[in-house]
Design a protein. Structure first.
Lengths: 281, 267
């Protein structure tokens, strides 16, 4: 962290001056770890049409938090991670076994998770207000330990992308074709949804449940407007996420608003810009 | 590429590579999908699979691909060594047949940022395609596409291909590595007459060049006689196997489709 602090002090911002505003410096580092993570995962979420699935995962993470809080864990995040992994795997299993369309199954899971979360968190006349910060998120409250954890997750995501992106992409395009080339489609899908589950749950506290899905959809949605191959697609999604993350944090600092929502609004602008310059034909 | 070339089959199956399906049964959720399906598929042969919708054509393909559990046996015998693929997908003895598969209509959005090169590399190499694709994979993909006269498609987006072009890309993929058996699921649907003609010509070229068995399903009975060496009429069980003329003019064909196409057919 010392190294990071001395690096940040080179930046020409008033909060970057030595000896103070550590929360802002932490937040910047956290944004620079979270936004590439979302930029990368986003490509596959959009490519395999899982936008609503990741939304449902956010809801399940909230339910997990409520369960964790009821069990009296000091760190309900871990209960939430376990619950959302379970949720992701169960969803994959149900989707495989039923003839219902994916979005229907997602609807069932999403509403069940939200209902269970609200039911548990208000059980026994408890107040819901302490969960409000989960809905909005607060990037300024991030601690160095958590940033380290997110950095490990980012590293694992890049490893996953190196090892199994090809298989994931083929599974999304044509499961039967992927299968005929020896790819275990079910496990590929399960692994990817577990990865999304872990990332969504761990970053929810800082980004906020209400906007977290936009970070998983908008970067790649914007990239799709202009990219012609996979390399461009990843590059544009990645750059969009990081630039919007940085700009969003700055905006929220100087005009005092929620960082998660500011980042999302920058991504929305990015999307409409790319829409104006979209590829033809 | 394989060394042995048998040319077009004339004699029995002893002297050629042969995929034998014997007494194949598939039950799914209490419903009989395939019953006692038996026939042979020889190298260098183009065999057409016909039957009404829901006759079990795709299920039969999936059995051969090892994607569906079945009872009975599917054996492949190159040079007299029997290879047995068990219901759980395991293979015992002999060499396992390599099956190339050209699926029916894969879903590509027009806006999908997947180039033909991305798609090809993803399916044939470990190199993650979100990084720029190195030259050696590019050259290999170009060489594979050349087999189907499609090297110019390399940098096109998958979503921008016409039905016939998409099929050529999928065919090139199914031929890498060159399989023993090539399966095509309804390759003639969604392709115009020109594309159909090109495809059939290409298949004929491929079976002579690589000596492979080609097994395809189709609803286009009128062209069967032009390309198929053998036709299998399937409706849960094998109703008739023979040359296109034999099958099209058989009473079994008439009973299944209430249609006369073969010799002596009167509408």
């Amino acid at each position: 962290m010392e190294l990071w602090y001395s690096l940040v002090e080179l930046l020409p911002f008033e909060w970057a001056e030595p000896g103070g505003m550590y929360f802002m410096k932490n937040a910047l580092l956290a944004v620079l770890v979270i936004s590439p993570l979302f930029g990368i995962l986003s490509t596959m979420v959009v490519h395999s049409r899982m936008s609503f699935f990741s939304d449902a995962l956010g809801h399940s993470a909230f339910t997990g938090m409520a369960i964790g809080a009821i069990c009296g864990f000091s760190e309900p995040t871990w209960a939430a991670v376990i619950f959302s992994i379970f949720f992701a795997l169960l969803f994959n299993l149900v989707r495989r076994r039923t003839h219902l369309a994916s979005d229907t199954v997602i609807g069932v899971f999403s509403s069940t998770a939200v209902a269970l979360g609200i039911f548990l968190s208000t059980l026994g006349g408890r107040s819901f207000t302490k969960f409000n910060n989960l809905l909005i998120g607060d990037i300024l409250s991030v601690e160095p330990g958590k940033i380290g954890l997110l950095a490990v997750i980012l590293f694992l995501a890049v490893v996953l992308w190196c090892l199994s992106f090809n298989q994931l992409m083929l599974s999304a395009v044509h499961p039967a074709l992927a299968d005929s080339r020896g790819i275990q489609v079910f496990w590929q899908e399960a692994m990817f949804s577990v990865a999304v589950a872990v990332v969504v749950t761990l970053s929810m506290t800082w980004v906020g449940l209400l906007v977290i899905n936009s970070l998983l959809v908008l970067p790649a949605a914007a990239a799709r407007n202009v990219a012609r191959n996979m390399t461009q697609y990843h590059l544009i999604s990645f750059v969009g996420a990081v630039v919007a993350g940085f700009a969003g944090l700055m905006t929220s600092y100087y005009i005092d608003a929620s960082a998660g929502s500011a980042i999302t609004l920058y991504l929305a602008v990015w999307f409409f810009l790319s829409f104006l310059f979209r590829k033809k034909g | 590429m394989r060394k042995i070339k048998h040319g077009k089959m004339t004699g029995g199956c002893e002297d050629s590579c042969c995929l034998k399906l014997e007494g194949l049964n598939v039950r799914l959720e209490g419903e009989e999908i395939l019953e006692e399906v038996s026939f042979h598929l020889h190298c260098g042969e183009i065999v057409a699979l016909i039957g009404p919708n829901g006759a079990g054509k795709s299920s039969l393909f999936r059995c051969i691909l090892g994607q569906m559990p079945y009872s009975g046996s599917i054996t492949f015998a190159p040079a007299g060594e029997p290879a047995v693929r068990l219901a759980d997908g395991a293979v015992t003895g002999g060499a396992r047949p390599l099956v190339g598969y050209v699926p029916q209509s894969p879903s590509f959005d027009r806006g999908d940022p997947v180039s033909v090169l991305d798609f090809f590399t993803a399916a044939t190499a470990r190199w993650p395609v979100w990084l720029p694709v190195p030259r050696k994979y590019r050259e290999r993909a170009a060489a594979c596409l050349e087999r189907v006269h499609g090297a110019d498609l390399l940098d096109k987006a998958m979503g921008a291909l016409s039905g016939g072009q998409l099929q050529r890309v999928l065919l090139a993929l199914a031929l890498e590595p060159v399989p023993h058996i090539l399966i095509l699921d309804e390759p003639l649907s969604g392709v115009d007459i020109e594309g159909e003609h090109q495809l059939l010509e290409m298949l004929d070229e491929l079976r002579t060049e690589y000596d492979l068995s080609i097994f395809l399903s189709t609803h286009d009975f009128a062209t069967l006689g032009q390309f198929a060496d053998k036709v299998v009429l399937l409706n849960h069980r094998v109703l008739k196997v023979g040359t296109p003329d034999e099958v099209l003019s058989s009473p079994e064909f008439y009973q299944t489709f209430h249609l006369r196409v073969g010799r002596g057919g009167e509408g």
